[in-house]
Design a protein around this ligand. Structure first.
Ligand code: ATP
Ligand code: MG
Ligand code: MG
Length: 656
């Protein structure tokens, strides 16, 4: 047979390697520790770690922690966990903040090289200088008065920034890129040589790139207490200043990021060139940035801010933002793609409580937590029971190219279903049990059936399923009135039972007088009972060690009725009206056959890469409930209580 195809040496990734075929591939996954990772990040993790691994290289996990206001310990821990859960081992765990001293030194160096200046413009003045017009377009640009300051003056002012001489928004260190470049400088004329023309084209492209309009390198922050460096710093470096330098300091060979950073690539190279950390126009020395397409999943919400609204609830108010905070926010916005960032919709209620605003609508939380299985954060997908291998396979099957990979939650679900089909053991589980007494069997009747965990895979072995006089079947498999199109149990009708020889036929049933629901069925079992047209699943009451296990089962459905919840009205809380009232359906009296104990003891089964290395969570107890769905143990389970989550249905849209 042909050697298995290594997805990290195909297509776009092959091209990236061929551009820079170094012996030691060094990559990094650089999350900002300001939130939980989502399904999109599974792509970034898989690409960075997988590419390095495929070339016997190494990949660092770098916390890009330059934004003290937004960082919390829980995110560091959760991010580390998710990388391991996906089966990857970081070569080193680093922090951008490890390099704060070095970064500061390099900022002074940049000033010395006349490539940075301290600017006091207001956000509006900055925008104006960048040529931003009312209609959002860009007109002519101009450098401000601060641009031409001397090295000495810049140095002194920058040190004042460092030493607390300025409030947020009062001073920013800006890189001296191409803001001051005039169109005359790149206007091609007849007399220009071919070489000069080329140089002018290059200059024109740089001068017209907003990422080159003297973006901020350092700013004074509002809340400057940092998770790791405490109160040492009052100024913090921006993404644009930090990322490329940290890549270089960590000796990263291939710096892989998502396509929205493509327009920032010239700025990435500009700074490294300016500091002699790269050879101009060459990727040979220093890191090489290349961009792959994002993974977008439609049908759910991935934005941190929106998930926060779902988790915490929100207060919609009509009070404009506090001007002071708006100013500082603007300075932060200025750093990255000026127009690209999401607008704040509204503030999660917890944060809002502190400000003085007039609430016009208070919206309660829509989900339990950040790991609510209805969400598509990685913690939520894990809790739901999705195997990490299924996520990696999903990412790679979509392909790694420059194009964004657009997909939908139901496509992900169908991939997970296919992945689980042959990997997890099978058990019988009854969601909503009705007791069936097999009246023609003697009291104490017991057949111990030896049943395979997967009929198509003998390797998985077998377990004992007891069959007795009292069994339970699913309410869905019984009808009070028969119908010729119905092939399961009904008065006078027979149906087969999975894993036993003979069928059963219903002879009578009773209803609970209070609820009007069927509460007991009587039936006959045996070789004389006419055959049924289908086989149903069941569990049997039996001697203690084989008795079925009671469970609470949580069935998850889409959180929103809309297939495109991102297009709902998030600003005014309209999203809340589109919530699916059936997004969580709980069966509190479900029953699972006793084989669950064995599955639980042997979990993770089968062993996923990360799980095999000891990263075991309750959710690694997974099985297929015959004719029902795939399930996993929820973290709310304890010794005395079993809570199961539906991972995915067996078929699309079974409604179960
Ligand atoms: P978001 O804004 O979606 O919450 P982010 O971009 O702020 O995410 P980071 O922590 O900065 O998240 O991301 C770490 C890495 O993951 C970056 O290299 C980023 O490009 C990558 N990444 C983020 N979202 C996606 C996505 N949807 N698909 C692929 N890679 C992604
Ligand atoms: Mg980010
Ligand atoms: Mg982002």
């Amino acid at each position: 047979p042909a050697a298995p195809v290594d997805p990290f040496r195909q297509g776009w990734l092959k091209g990236v390697y061929d551009e820079k075929p170094v012996k030691e591939v060094h990559t990094r996954f650089p999350p900002e520790p300001n939130g939980y990772l989502h399904i999109g990040h599974a792509k970034a993790i898989t690409v960075n770690f997988g590419f390095a691994k495929s070339h016997s290289g190494i990949c660092n996990l770098r916390f890009d922690d330059t934004n003290p206001t937004k960082e919390e310990e829980v995110y560091f821990t959760a991010i580390k966990d998710m990388v391991q859960w996906l089966g990857f081992e970081p070569h080193k765990i680093t922090h951008s903040s490890d390099e704060f001293d070095k970064l500061y030194e390099l900022a002074e160096e940049l000033i010395k090289r006349e490539k940075a200046y301290v600017c006091h413009c207001s956000p509006d003045e900055v925008k104006k200088g960048r040529g931003k017009l009312e209609n959002g377009e860009h007109g002519p640009r101009s450098a401000c008065a601060h641009w031409s300051r001397s090295v000495d003056e810049n140095m002194e002012l920058f040190r004042q920034m460092r030493d607390g001489g300025y409030n947020p928004g009062e001073a920013v260190l800006r890189m001296k890129q191409y803001l001051a470049t005039k169109p005359e400088e790149y206007e091609v004329s007849e007399e220009d040589s071919a070489e000069a023309k080329k140089a002018k084209e290059k200059l024109k492209a740089l001068a017209n790139n907003p990422a080159m309009w003297d973006v901020a390198a350092y700013r004074v922050t509002k809340n400057n207490h940092h998770h790791r460096t405490g109160d040492k710093w009052r100024i913090y470096p921006t993404y644009e200043f930090t990322h490329c330098i940290c890549d270089a300091l960590e000796d990263i060979s291939h710096s892989l990021c998502t396509v929205e950073f493509e327009t920032l690539r010239p700025a990435y190279n500009w700074l490294l060139d300016a500091l002699d950390m790269k050879i101009e126009g060459s990727d040979e020395k220093g890191p090489m940035q290349r961009e792959y397409g994002r993974l977008n999943v439609e049908g759910t919400i991935l934005s941190k801010r929106r998930i926060a609204m779902l988790v915490e609830g929100t207060t919609i108010n009509n009070t404009p933002n506090n001007p002071a905070s708006a100013l500082a926010d603007d300075i932060e916005e200025l750093t990255l793609a000026e127009d690209g960032e999401e607008e704040p919709e509204t503030t999660p209620s917890a944060a809002n409580a502190a400000t003085t605003s007039t609430p016009i609508r208070t919206i309660p939380p829509a989900v339990m937590s950040w790991d609510d299985p209805r969400l598509f954060t990685l913690v939520a997908l894990r809790r739901r029971g999705v195997p990490p291998g299924a996520l990696k396979k999903f990412v790679l099957d979509l392909g790694v190219t420059k194009a964004n990979a657009n997909t939908a939650t139901h496509t992900l679900d169908s991939n997970i279903r296919t992945y689980l089909e042959r990997t997890v053991p099978r058990l019988m589980l009854v969601l909503d049990p009705i007791k069936v007494t097999l009246t023609n069997l003697p009291d104490g009747y017991l057949e111990e059936r030896e049943v395979p965990f997967d009929p198509k895979d003998k390797e998985k072995g077998t377990h004992i399923v007891p069959f007795t006089k009292t069994i339970y079947i699913d309410r869905d498999d019984f009808r009070e009135e028969d119908d010729p199109d119905f092939f399961r149990l009904a008065p006078g009708k027979s149906v087969g039972l999975m894993n036993v020889e003979f069928p059963v036929r219903c002879t009578s049933f009773t209803k609970d007088p209070e609820t009007g629901k069927v509460n007991a069925i009587e039936a006959e079992y045996g070789k004389d009972v006419p055959a049924g047209k289908a086989r149903i699943h069941w569990v049997a009451e039996s001697p203690a060690h084989h008795s079925p296990i009671r469970a609470e089962v949580r069935v998850f459905n889409p959180l929103f009725r809309s297939q495109t919840p991102n297009s709902l009205d998030w600003k005014n809380g309209g999203y809340y009206d589109d919530l699916n009232p059936e997004s969580l359906v709980t069966y509190s009296d479900a029953m699972v056959e006793c084989g669950l104990e064995y599955v639980r003891k042997n979990a993770p089964w089968p062993k996923e890469e990360g799980e095999a290395k000891g990263v075991v969570d309750k959710s690694s107890v997974r099985f297929q409930g015959l004719r029902t769905a795939f399930f996993a143990l929820d973290k709310d389970s304890s010794d005395g209580k079993v809570v199961l989550n539906r991972i995915v249905s067996l078929k699309e849209d079974t409604g179960k």
